[in-house]
Design a protein around this ligand. Structure first.
Ligand SMILES: [Zn+2]
Length: 111
């Protein structure tokens, strides 16, 4: 378990699996990948993830298009771009309208 914020891990998963603005995907699919890759504690539930998906909706990365009980369906407003930071070599996953700043919280360099 490392210190990468969960929203950054979710952005990476979206980039690697669902990076198409025509595609529908849901929180359960991303939650499964987070668990399979041991990115999150196994004790966490889908409800614990809600704040992170809300954050991504608030930053207009994700659009919540439907909800069925705890399953939330999303689409991307636009596909994410992977940008490697020159300074720390970490990858950031950003949409075109976002500030080009490294998402590694201990770095924060301009990209
Ligand atoms: Zn950086």
């Amino acid at each position: 378990m490392d210190d990468i914020p969960i929203t950054i891990s979710i952005r990476k998963i979206i980039f690697e699996n669902f990076n198409d603005d025509d595609l529908r995907f849901n929180n359960d699919q991303i939650f499964e990948i987070l668990k399979q890759n041991k990115i999150i504690e196994s004790s966490l539930t889908i409800d614990d993830m809600e704040i992170y998906f809300k954050e991504l909706c608030d930053s207009e990365i994700l659009r919540n298009i439907a909800q069925n009980f705890t399953t939330q369906w999303f689409k991307l407003f636009e596909s994410l771009n992977k940008v490697q930071c020159v300074s720390c070599k970490e990858d950031s996953y950003l949409i075109s309208s976002e500030n080009k700043i490294c998402q590694n919280t201990s770095c924060g360099s301009s990209l």
